[in-house]
Design a protein around this ligand. Structure first.
Ligand code: HEC
Length: 126
């Protein structure tokens, strides 16, 4: 086998294994064992989740047009929806609530657990 062939085969192996891991990560973005429930904070955990999946409709500038009049951008507004049970009812797709995010995939089990943890800890503005 000449050197060029060997190098080519080496590169093919590196690239294919590289792609394999990359696609596995996209298919299973959250490993339940890796779900961090010990350091759940409003600013570091909760707001980023809502920002990524809910702000397109529920931000301060979009909620009137697309969010059914429900604001979920500021701490005070999110706390109200957490306190009246609608936040968890909607993201867990419970009976009697409108399933959220509307038109999108359900939040991951980890994200739902993190929201629940934040509420169980007292919906702190931390
Ligand atoms: C594509 C737009 C859109 C997205 C994205 C979206 N929502 Fe909504 N949401 C709406 C609309 C519209 C309503 C009002 C529906 C109605 O009254 O029929 C609503 C209602 C709600 C309600 C009230 C539910 C109830 O049963 O009364 C909650 C809570 C809520 N959304 C939370 C969220 C959360 C949390 C996310 C992100 C995980 C999210 N929404 C993402 C459009 C959206």
């Amino acid at each position: 086998m000449n050197r060029i062939l060997k190098t080519t085969m080496f590169l093919i192996i590196v690239f294919t294994t590289g792609c394999y891991y990359e696609s596995e990560e996209k298919l299973y973005p959250v490993n339940p064992a890796d779900c961090d429930l010990t350091e759940v904070t409003f600013s570091g955990t909760i707001k980023p989740i809502l920002q990524a999946t809910c702000f397109t409709c529920h931000s301060n500038s979009n909620y009137l047009n697309s969010g059914g009049g429900i604001k979920l951008q500021n701490y005070a507004d999110i706390k109200i929806m957490a306190g009246n049970g609608k936040l968890m009812g909607a993201v867990k797709h419970e009976n009697g609530f409108i399933p959220m995010p509307q038109g999108g995939g359900k939040l991951t089990a980890c994200e739902i657990s993190q929201l629940q943890k934040w509420i169980d800890n007292g919906t702190l503005n931390n």
